[in-house]
Write a protein that binds this ligand. Sequence first.
Ligand SMILES: Cc1ncc(C[n+]2csc(CCOP(=O)(O)OP(=O)(O)O)c2C)c(N)n1
Ligand SMILES: [Mg+2]
Length: 322
Amino acid sequence: MKNSPSVEEQREIHRRMILTRRLEEILGVMAKEGKTRGPLHRCDGQEAVGVASCMALNTSDYVCTTHRGHHVYVGKGMEPRRIVAEIMGRETGYCGGRGGHMLLGDASIGMIGGNAIVGAGIPAAAGMALSIQVLKQDRVAMAVFGDGAAQTGIAHEAMNMAGLWKLPVIFLLENNQYGLTVRQEVQSPVEDLFIRAAGYGMPGLKIDGNDAVAVYRAVAEASERARRGEGATLIEAKTYRMQGFSTSDMGGYQSDEEMAPWRERDPILVSAKALGALIGDKAVSDIASEAETDIQAAFDLALSDPFPTFEFHRPSGAYAEI
Ligand SMILES: Cc1ncc(C[n+]2csc(CCOP(=O)(O)OP(=O)(O)O)c2C)c(N)n1
Ligand SMILES: [Mg+2]
């Protein structure tokens, strides 16, 4: 099928999803042991959205993500070792250990950054797309954002302008059913948010966000449209947040009954099944073992990396007393 991932790409998507899952599981254990600082927002169960979408784009394409962006970082090709180093405040981290878990970026591979301000990546990507259009570049921009972010005023403004100016941008709405502890039906009068695309004169579609191949196809097609000058697309990927809002979340509001069907449709299981039919189950489990070795090495290296050395500059004059 046109726009489908090659077998090699499917292998790589699978590998990067496992890297992301293990990255978060290990960080989760470290958080419980008090070895991390601040909250961590895990994307367990949502890996296909971030990884397969980025794999459908070129390295030179621009991507921005949210506070819950580990899958997008790994998907865009950021190295686990430097991701861990950033989260653990090491000098070798992507932002020299100064940004932390919500604010990673690497412009050299089009990963423009995470963002802790809900909804802020949406106009940022529209702005990147405007620059691409003005400079007549062969690029697209993509914003990955949540169902909560979709309810912000800035989402409407950015999508309206993107529709009007036919900007080469992909709005990838990652609907994990929750904004903080609040279910989506309490945030929105409509169940499907992709229908809003009609109001912006752009195509909107709903996809299975736990199926990496479906995510890849939708994003690949949207990026081709954008490159042809036909403008923006809104893609709503239905998925589910398998962990609490963050490591500070007390939980208790996501029932086992609600989670069970999503657990069965874990994106890594869905991918393993699809890939197994192509390369055999043994080759699929080899990918998992190699990813495990790689992630352990990433943590070992990152945790022996140095902390930054700071020089504090005391303000002088009027502000010195504040
Ligand atoms: C502008 C702004 N308002 C509120 C918050 C607090 N906040 C952080 S995450 C979040 C919910 C986001 O929900 P969603 O967009 O669905 O992302 P998810 O956490 O589900 O990935 C809120 C309200 C914030 N960071 N920024
Ligand atoms: Mg959400």
